[in-house]
Write a protein that binds this ligand. Sequence first.
Ligand code: PLP
Length: 393
Amino acid sequence: MSIVYLDHAATTPTDRRVLEAMLPYFADLYGNPSSLYQSARRARAAVEEARETVAAFLKARPEEIVFTSGGTEADNLAIKGIALANQDRGRHLITSSIEHHAVLESCRWLEGAGFRVTYLNVDRSGRIDLDQLKKALSPETILVSVMHANNEVGTVQPLAEIASVVSAHGAFFHTDAVQTAGKLPLDVDELGVDLLALSGHKFYGPKGVGALYVRKGTSLEPRMHGGHHEHNRRAGTENVPGIVGLAAACARARDAMEQEERHCRELADRLRQGLRERIDDIVFTGHPTERLPGLVSVCVKYVEGESMLMQLDLAGICASSGSACTSGSLEPSHVLSALGIAPEVSHGSLRFSLGKETALADISRVCEVLPPIVERLRAISPLRSDDQGGRGQ
Ligand code: PLP
């Protein structure tokens, strides 16, 4: 059975060219970039060349790039690093209620350390309210962190508009661009951000490597202490193969992004249309137009997302759901709840995220396989009979 992989928002396969670029740095050019002999100097040169490539990808300067172990570390470094370095100016942060846990948990950690955090609401499409942001800003506010695109529903935030509000106030602006890097063009000046996090494995690079863009002049307290790596911002011997791979992924994306964006948008439209025609009582979530090109997020009423995922898996289709099974109970996704979607609806959430290798045949397979799964599950679903009983009363 061939596998249909539609979970690119979770991770992507490492592109062959990326892998090839990385290989020499494992067993041949394995020198420590901080050492002085020739193979080490070549490793150092590779790291610095990668820094230039990643910087160019973001229209930033090489010295503004800090390599990290991925998106989670980049978000932690941005949020805790800014808060701890600037707490004499104020101890208030603003973020949105639909952020990735890497941001939310960093904020919660800071709350435990005496900082105050405002969590902005979002509308039904997942966009933050600029008026609420304006009202929340205070002289105490040092950082605003709003993700570029949401990983569950795909909504893209109006970053430049948010940035102009934040910069007029004199606070720093961080964005988690883990889901947009490699899929949409990124220009740190146009976006107006001071910090931006990205992660290699979301756009055909390797896992365990990412980067944080830090605008020149931004004071940031390191979270990792040790040697003087990464301009004293992140101690630890550099992950040379990973960094080279991250840069190769950026270079690949730069050349292929436009075509891949078109490809993903077209197929995502087909998938939405196919599901709409074949399954009743479904709700598509996220913004209708301002969204990630290849992400389709849908709630299927009267069935549980996890049951559908298991059946899809048996049919060779990999997708994911917003609901996470924790300690035996299905927790509604914090993102779908923030969008105002009732728990009984969000329990039936599915996320299909398309990639460069997704073919029309994959979309047709989902449209063929999912409707009978939904029909079977609905036939035994207490949710449907409850709802219909309720309507009859
Ligand atoms: N931020 C967002 C929006 C994500 O989707 C993810 C990954 O799921 C992360 C951060 C964390 O990135 P990483 O897996 O590189 O730690």
